[in-house]
Design a protein around this ligand. Structure first.
Ligand code: BGC
Length: 386
């Protein structure tokens, strides 16, 4: 259900379409129109009868489709150097697949991106036990994280921007986390086709929070094969090594002289089989890079991903201190994506801007504590080129 439901265009032109356009002058096509109001269509229904909607928006050459379930980016299309469009994110066609087997495809992650060791932390002298869903650890918010809830979605246009506000309130104690967390995430497509994600949250009790987006990228097109020839650069001289359960040890290790050195762009496949014990343990890259810039007041450029064949480029700017680069290690050929092809290991990758995993248990990591009266606010901007 959306907040602030606007005028439904029920005229003859849109009556026969699955999509419902909102606001005067909206295009009635399900794909949205460049710079026009986002368009809504029914995507599927959950077992409890809740309807899940898909919103389509387009601006500056980028086409985005977002589900009310998990705030999932189900499709993101951008042109290559010849103007040919491809959907560059992994996803499913069917809501049942998202519910039953999604490895967080395109989803919003909360309350805590990545892992918290043994699902335990202490805050202000009080011990908390979180939902444990990854061996003995808590991953991406626990068994029912923000990716598995239906969000209230409110479309907007503002100047040359087009976007969606997504709201979800997590009740006190949900998945073991203290405090009622009121969350608002705004997806904006700007006039140059950039996709901006603004996160906001408030709480009524001291808590920890670390929100992120779990898009799986393949700039050659989802389902087109490996991302090992994509070139990646990350502005980080250090990363956080992990134990076998992928919990940071607390060390901030130097990347120099290791396969983790992405300070200059290199193909992902170049060092992925180097046999570094950290890679063997994670089956590839699945680590948090401690960005050189640290926490910043404004988003700063921290990573570039480029597919040399298509020329498609993704540049990421954030105010967050960390970047989780996950090379799709656990994709195993059992999931079939929107294009009808299966996803195998390394067929897509994630670049999750975040605070460091397990921060609540490491005093030397930037703090993830949010207190009543304060607003958690972070921004990540994805800019596309070809
Ligand atoms: C984590 C991986 C995990 C994946 C789930 C990533 O953010 O770092 O360890 O398997 O999410 O799909």
């Amino acid at each position: 259900m959306e907040l602030n439901r606007r005028t439904v265009i029920a005229g003859a032109a849109s009556a026969g379409l699955a999509a419902t356009a909102y606001g005067a002058g909206s295009a009635s096509a399900a794909t949205g129109s460049p710079g026009g109001r986002p368009v809504r269509e029914h995507f599927g229904t959950l077992a409890d009868g809740t309807r899940v909607y898909r919103w389509s928006l387009e601006n500056g050459g980028t086409r985005l489709k977002v589900l009310s379930y998990g705030g999932v980016v189900q499709s993101l299309e951008i042109p290559d150097r010849h103007g040919r469009y491809a959907n560059v994110v992994a996803g499913f066609d069917d809501i049942a697949d998202y519910v039953a087997k999604s490895p967080y495809f395109g989803a919003l992650i909360g309350r805590y991106g990545n892992r918290i060791g043994k699902g335990r932390f202490t805050l202000d002298g009080k011990a908390y036990q979180l939902s444990v869903n990854d061996g003995v650890n808590s991953l991406h918010g626990g068994a029912k994280g923000f990716d598995k809830h239906v969000w209230d979605v409110e479309p907007f246009t503002r100047g040359s921007d087009v976007g969606l506000h997504l709201h979800y309130t997590s009740v006190d104690g949900e998945m073991g986390y203290p405090g009622t967390l009121r969350t608002k995430v705004t997806y904006t497509l700007g006039r140059h086709g950039e996709w901006r994600v603004d996160y906001e949250a408030t709480t009524d009790k001291a808590t920890v929070v670390n929100l992120t987006s779990h898009v799986y990228w393949n700039l050659a097109g989802e389902g087109s094969g490996t991302i090992e020839d994509h070139e990646l650069s990350i502005a980080a001289a250090r990363y956080t090594p992990t134990d076998p359960g992928l919990i940071p040890t607390g060390e901030l290790a130097r990347v120099a002289g290791t396969p983790f050195d992405f300070r200059h762009a290199k193909p992902i496949g170049r060092d992925i089989r180097a046999g570094h014990e950290q890679q063997v343990q994670a089956k590839g890259y699945d680590h948090n890079w401690a960005l050189d810039k640290g926490v910043t007041a404004k988003p700063e450029h921290i990573a570039t991903l480029r597919d040399p064949r298509s020329g498609r480029t993704l540049r990421i700017a954030t105010d967050q201190p960390g970047l989780q680069f996950y090379s799709g290690n656990f994709l195993d050929g059992t999931l079939t994506g929107t294009g009808g092809r299966t996803y195998r290991q390394g067929d897509a990758l994630c670049l999750e801007t975040q605070h460091f995993p397990d921060s609540p248990n490491h005093a030397n990591f930037p703090s993830t504590v949010l207190r009543p009266g304060r607003t958690y606010r972070t921004t990540t901007i994805h800019t596309f080129g070809a």
